[in-house]
Design a protein around this ligand. Structure first.
Ligand code: ADP
Length: 430
């Protein structure tokens, strides 16, 4: 039945009943009794309506906590409809609450910062990443103008000119951020921040690497080209000079080859598609090879010793040979003739440790932090003199990373250096 019929039928029936009572009273008791009965019945009917209106107003004062009264007549329908309205409202509210919670959670997990502002840039809400990127605080900054909180001239210009079709790159609180403002609804704007500090750092490293590598390759090439020019312009050069030139050109050729090989090794080590394939490494054999290579390089100019007290390990033998060989060859190249070099492989309580100790020229403490950067040299001319590529320690660092080892450097200028690779006990071969 329709709600209107449910409302009107009982109401009209009650009115009809009042009139029937008045008619019966009038019929048996005369006109006066008829009027009295009509007035009394109408009064009763009005009283009942007032009572329910009162109950309704009490309920409306606290609709959430008080119970809806049971109705009578048309009031039954009114109260049950109010009850249904309240139930639907509660359901909508809880759905809205759930949705808001989910939205906030999703915004918290976003890797980008999100700030919601009104049309005049007053902060309404922001996620934790935006707090970090822009130095905002949702509790204390809510309702404040974003331009008073982000004090960057480029950001001010961006907002003043309102050229929001393109994102803006700003440096803010030592971060490089891409900022984009997007208008939504009529009176709201959303500001999205994306941190590109790390991408910038990698880009800069790549640019520096290319510039350094080109520079390193250009020097030997210039030498070779110079000698080739002399040879073509002076074909009747004496044999001794020609031999000396050829010797120098060969040296420069080898230098270029070493550089290219080191660059390729480094690129391979950095490649994530090329993980370490662990193999059982016979350390006595590997250390024997390192010692022979070091002896060949030293040509009897240093006192070399090898201690092997450590276990066999699991890892890449090519990579460990390259890292150990680089550390040993550095010791030879930076230790004057007559110096001592000790190569050791020991089992410590923290795991196996490879160590090369020399009493060479040593390194100032200000350089230690940067030694593993590509092409970083304490003394450029000395490194060239000793045929260094400037990539040796960068290779050692990457091999260490790939074997979860730690590179430790201790050095005192004029006294010597100790380079150690500390491996974890987990690497020991079973
Ligand atoms: P390089 O090919 O120039 O030797 P590395 O990356 O192997 O490049 O080493 C970086 C720098 O660290 C060297 O140029 C040198 O200044 C310094 N260095 C490395 N090993 C030693 C050492 N054993 N003693 C003194 N200085 C060292």
């Amino acid at each position: 039945m329709s709600p209107r019929i449910l409302f009107w039928v009982p109401a009209l029936l009650r009115l009809a009943l009042v009139f029937v009572v008045a008619l019966v009273a009038g019929f048996f008791g005369g006109k006066v009794w008829g009027i009295v009965a009509l007035s009394f019945s109408l009064l009763l009917l009005v009283g009942v309506q007032l009572y329910y209106l009162y109950l309704l107003s009490v309920w409306l004062d606290k609709p959430d906590s008080s119970r809806l009264p049971d109705g009578w007549g048309a009031w039954t329908e009114i109260f049950s409809r109010l009850y249904r309205l309240r139930r639907d409202d509660e359901k909508n509210q809880s759905e809205l609450h759930e949705w808001l919670t989910r939205f906030r959670q999703a915004m918290t997990l976003l890797p980008d910062g999100v700030v919601i502002m009104d049309d005049v840039l007053f902060l309404e809400w922001c996620n934790p990443v935006a707090e970090q990127h822009l130095g905002l605080n949702m509790d204390s900054d809510k309702g404040m103008r974003v331009t008073n909180l982000i004090r960057s001239p480029e950001f001010m210009d961006y907002v003043i000119l309102a050229r929001y079709d393109k994102p803006l790159t700003i440096t803010h609180r030592d971060r490089k951020l891409i900022v984009h403002i997007i208008k939504f609804e009529n009176r709201r704007q959303i500001l999205v921040t994306h941190d590109v500090t790390e991408n910038e750092r990698i880009d800069r490293m790549r640019r520096d690497f290319i510039a350094n590598a080109s520079h390193e390759l250009r020097t030997p090439l210039t030498v070779i080209n110079g000698f080739l020019e002399i040879a073509s312009m002076q074909p009747d050069l004496d044999k001794a000079t020609r031999t000396a030139h050829l010797k120098l050109m060969t040296e420069q050729g080898y230098r270029m080859q070493g550089l290219v090989e080191d660059m390729l090794t480094l690129t391979r080590l950095e490649s994530v598609d090329f993980p370490v394939r662990p193999e059982h490494i016979n350390m006595s054999f590997l250390l024997g090879q390192i010692l022979s290579e070091t002896e060949a390089l030293s040509v009897g100019e240093h006192q070399l010793s090898l201690v092997n007290d450590g276990p066999d390990v699991m890892g890449s033998s090519d990579e460990l040979r390259s890292a150990f060989g680089n550390l040993a060859s550095n010791a030879v190249r930076y230790t004057p003739s007559g110096g001592k070099i000790e190569i050791s492989w020991r089992d410590t309580e923290n795991g196996p440790r490879f160590c090369v100790k020399d009493n060479g020229i040593g390194i100032g403490s200000e350089h230690l932090q940067r030694l593993t950067e590509r092409f970083y040299r304490v003394d450029k001319s000395r490194s060239r003199e000793t045929k260094g590529t400037g990539l040796g320690l960068a290779i050692v660092k990457h091999v260490a990373l790939r074997h979860k080892a730690q590179l430790l450097i201790e050095s005192t200028p004029g006294e010597g250096s100790q380079f150690s690779l500390q491996f974890s006990p987990a690497l020991i071969a079973k």
